[in-house]
Design a protein. Structure first.
Length: 174
């Protein structure tokens, strides 16, 4: 993939990288020490205090936007990588792709469903059974509809059909 970033993305990435370095910390620390040492020279005046307050306020204000840009980019990249892992993993619930796009009510419904699955798995372990191959997360298009705990029933021949589909590589976006 070609890396064709705009000027702001390049600037934000370089600045975020540099400001997280030991050199940037040393520069900031040195600036504070210089300011403190210069206090007696300027008689600890209001102007002396205003200089550091204004400087730190401006730097903090600008850094908020640079850091947010970097976090947004990183968040999208991580979500795409997680989506690809889910998509490429046999047996994974692809309904979990793009979760960040769901509203709060839908996310809460999925969270409750996973709590039910975890409880079901713990109960299975308490009774000496495996905690794997437990129910699907969602079998229909309505994520708010709760499914009963327990293994999902499959029609005869569905297992062979599922195995054949699992062997075929799935293209991105399917």
């Amino acid at each position: 993939m070609a890396k064709n970033h705009g000027w702001f993305q390049r600037f934000a990435k370089r600045t975020a990288s540099w400001t997280g370095s030991p050199y940037a910390f040393a520069l900031a620390f040195g600036t504070i020490v210089t300011w403190v040492v210069s206090g007696p020279v300027f008689g600890f005046s209001d102007t002396w205090q205003l200089v550091i307050n204004t400087g730190t306020t401006i730097i903090t204000f600008l850094m908020v936007f640079l850091i947010q840009n970097t976090q947004n980019r990183d968040s999208v990249a991580i979500q795409l990588k997680l989506d690809e892992l889910i998509r490429a993993t046999r047996g994974a619930h692809t309904v979990l792709l793009d979760l960040e796009e769901l509203n709060e009510k839908e996310l809460e419904a999925l969270h409750e469903r996973y709590e039910d699955i975890a409880e079901h798995a713990r109960n299975r372990l308490k009774h000496g059974r495996s905690d794997t191959n437990i129910p699907n997360v969602i079998l229909d298009k309505n994520p708010l509809r709760k499914k009963a705990a327990g293994p999902a029933k499959k029609p005869a021949g569905a297992k062979r059909s599922a195995q054949r589909r699992a062997r075929k590589p799935r293209p991105i976006g399917s």
